[in-house]
Design a protein around this ligand. Structure first.
Ligand code: GLC
Length: 433
């Protein structure tokens, strides 16, 4: 009897003590630095709630970061260079793993082998450093698309343009008609013309579709100084103040979307996230638009820049294991599916492109599948860790042509010299498949 009592007391003591230890060890607070473009913040918060429901000892906070990729990078660099533990998980652009990889943990140390094969291999490779560390979990992929107003093309009996020349012609014609009918604010084409990463994406699409290569080739030659590139940059500069508002040189994704959704643009270049938003019932665009591949230039093929975002865990996090587990949940099937259905964010998990709910919500994930799998990567791998500088020189040069400060020929000649200085690479001829 006495022996039993001692045992019971001992047991109660052990349980209570381990409970305290566990509770103390497991109260974890994690911060995710994420985007707030369109529905991004709400959806990240929703996924964080899902995680917290299953992991009541973890509190997840979502830190809102600037919309423009360069501003976001600036903020991240402040945290990372200070080795700050304040942010545990970073939403990382597809162009950054090379530049930022040294600050992130390797997901292979936290069980990623079991899940990587589900994702697009090209993205996994993109997120893997030269020494084989997986520094970012694929979260969503992106590719540039042409949004067009189905009602207006029908009204004026025009086709979806397949070349930049056709786009220009149709945009001008319908813009003039719509204005004559009373909509003075109507424009033909809106896109990302501000001096930032978004312009690098748009301009790469013009250039690659025109046969002008991708700025720096995969084998590290600077190829931007060529006729095809110069010609199409000049053509795009001609759109400013004509089929596109003068203010397009200050527009990011969200500005273009606002104009399109207000019913004031016939065509828009944007990423897939705009599809779910422009479809919302209260918008004039609901039921009146669709998407297609961007127009082609002289190469005869259309080009979409590869975009997308990944999740990395900071080396300076106080809870790398818990943060890696959270990042892998966010990048997992359940959350990717929710984001695809509710926000038209492209999954990086291949099987979700065959999921009925996903295809019903976003039919073009099926019909434009090839656009996503053949998107053109920016030269971030071959120029790492200097991609950001390369891109900045590039978009500044293109921007100076769009605003009329420079002509394309001289801007590109200076750009070539600056790129040689920055990278130490030689020049070469553009090659593309
Ligand atoms: C989108 C893309 C990203 C790109 C950015 C440019 O967010 O996913 O890769 O850098 O747009 O604005």
């Amino acid at each position: 009897m006495r022996k039993n009592l001692v045992l019971v007391i001992a047991l109660v003591f052990v349980i209570a003590f381990s409970g305290i230890v566990l509770a103390q060890e497991e109260e974890i607070s994690l911060t995710v630095a994420g985007g707030a473009v369109g529905q991004e913040k709400e959806l990240t918060e929703k996924a964080a709630e899902m995680y917290m429901e299953d992991n009541p000892n973890v509190t997840v906070e979502v830190l809102e970061t600037p919309d423009l990729a360069n501003d976001r990078l600036g903020l991240y660099l402040q945290f990372l260079e200070a080795e700050s533990p304040e942010v545990d998980v970073y939403q990382v652009d597809v162009i950054w793993p090379g530049d930022l990889g040294e600050h992130f943990i390797d997901f292979y140390d936290y069980g990623a082998e079991e899940v990587v094969d589900k994702h697009f291999q090209a993205i996994v490779e993109n997120n893997t450093t030269t020494d084989g560390r997986l520094v970012s979990m694929p979260w969503f992929t992106d590719a540039g698309l042409l949004y067009y107003r189905t009602d207006l093309l029908e009204k004026y009996d025009r086709e979806v343009p397949e070349t930049w020349d056709e786009l220009e012609e149709t945009a001008r014609y319908i813009m003039e008609e719509e204005r004559a009918a009373g909509n003075e604010d109507f424009y033909g084409y809106v896109w990302q013309g501000d001096a930032y990463e978004g312009l690098t994406c748009d301009a790469l699409e013009w250039i690659y579709s025109n046969g002008g290569g991708k700025i720096v080739s995969t084998d590290q030659e600077i190829t931007i100084n060529n006729e095809k590139a110069i010609e199409i940059i000049d053509q795009a500069a001609g759109w400013v103040g004509d089929i596109s508002p003068t203010g397009v040189t200050g527009m990011g994704e969200e500005d273009a979307r606002a104009m399109f959704e207000a019913g004031n643009a016939l065509f828009m270049r944007n990423w897939p996230y705009a599809y779910a938003l422009a479809s919302q019932e209260d918008k004039p665009t609901a039921g009146n638009f669709d998407v297609s591949p961007l127009p082609a230039g002289d190469s005869g093929s259309s080009a979409a820049t590869l975009g997308g975002w990944n999740l990395s865990v900071s080396k300076y996090s106080e809870h790398p294991e818990a943060a890696a587990k959270l990042a892998m949940f966010l990048a997992g099937e359940e959350v990717q599916k929710m984001r695809a259905v509710e926000g038209s964010f492209n999954p990086t998990i291949r099987s979700l492109y065959e999921d009925e709910d996903v295809l019903e919500a976003v039919p073009f994930f099926g019909s434009l599948y090839d656009v996503f799998t053949s998107a053109v990567a920016r030269p971030s791998t071959q120029t790492a860790p200097q991609y950001n500088q390369v891109s900045e020189l590039f978009f500044q040069a293109v921007h100076s042509v769009l605003t009329g400060e420079s002509d394309a020929q001289s801007a590109i000649e200076y750009l070539e010299l600056d790129l040689m200085d920055t990278t130490g690479f030689e020049t070469g001829e553009p090659t593309q498949p």
